[in-house]
Design a protein around this ligand. Structure first.
Ligand code: AG3
Length: 283
């Protein structure tokens, strides 16, 4: 009889994601399309019968062809419908272009995407052509840089900043720290909003609580919300909406037509938290 450990090792590394020592999401491999180590991380694109193409960075699922709209729509639309007049947007991370694709549905003036790893952009252009045209839109400026170094030097202010990072390990680690958010605040206009992905409410609760504690000292409104993301650990994901002036539930404009997940009922419901998360945030 084989032990649990042996069972884990039977699964080739291309087919799995571990998010805790005892469980994970497993993809049956139809095809390994790309695998390489960039200067920052391991990058893999696999093909799965059900999910289509899946992008993994350091073994963590970032996006899949089948469920990308859950995450990207829920990262982007809550802030865009709540901001009264957003024109200048910054995305930190998100080199696959999925968040940008949603942002560009609005008549904004300018979107700047700052990605540390140029290889992620190249891979997305090649394997995720339904996400990456946003990277070449005329309103987009692409900057290859470390997110913190960029905001330290930034001479512009933004209406909304989206932090589309990976988990707090590897190249994304610093994007989860207090220091980063302090600097980010200085790049925001008066009615500015920051939205960050915050991890799994089930598996990453300790890191969410830590973040909540320092964010409350920096922003008047710290509002966590959740959404299903089928390919992420636990199936449910947490985001945080940060602002001083703008209230997330005061809708200032309608979402664009043709979205697959987000609507204004979902928006309202997403900010209702289950009891085990109720202590989070400032509202
Ligand atoms: N960024 C959030 C990825 C977090 C995934 N974590 C995990 N699977 N454990 C996704 C980038 C998509 N634009």
């Amino acid at each position: 009889m084989s032990t649990k450990k042996e069972n884990r090792e039977e699964v080739p590394s291309e087919e799995r994601e571990y998010h805790s020592p005892s469980s994970g999401i497993f993809f049956k491999l139809k095809k390994l399309l790309f695998k390489a180590k960039s200067d920052y991380q391991k990058i893999e694109v696999i093909e799965n019968e059900y999910f289509g193409r899946v992008l993994l960075l350091d073994d963590l699922v970032q996006t899949s062809e089948r469920d990308e709209f859950f995450y990207h729509e829920m990262l982007v639309h809550p802030a865009l419908v709540a901001h009264p007049s957003s024109q200048n947007i910054l995305v930190i991370g998100g080199g696959d272009g999925g968040a940008l694709k949603e942002i560009l549905r609005y008549p904004i003036k300018y979107a700047c995407l700052v990605e540390i790893d140029p290889k992620v952009i190249d891979v997305s252009k090649e394997y995720f052509p339904w996400l990456s045209p946003s990277l070449e839109d005329e309103r987009t400026e692409l900057i290859i840089a470390d997110g913190i170094e960029f905001i330290e030097k930034a001479d512009k202010k933004f209406d909304i900043v989206f932090v589309d990072s990976s988990d707090p390990t590897g190249p994304s680690a610093s994007l989860h720290e207090r220091d980063f958010y302090e600097k980010l605040k200085k790049c925001l206009n008066l009615e500015g909003i920051v939205v960050s992905q915050a991890g799994s409410p089930f598996y990453h609760l300790e890191s969410i609580k830590k973040k909540d504690a320092f964010l409350k000292k920096l922003f008047k409104n710290v509002c966590f919300y959740t959404s299903p993301v089928p390919t992420y650990p636990g199936g449910s994901w947490c985001f945080v909406f940060l602002s001083d002036e703008v209230q997330p539930l005061k809708i200032k404009r309608d979402p664009p037509r043709g979205l697959k997940y987000f609507n204004l009922d979902i928006h309202k419901a997403a900010f209702s938290l289950p009891n085990f998360l109720k202590d989070l945030g400032s509202n």
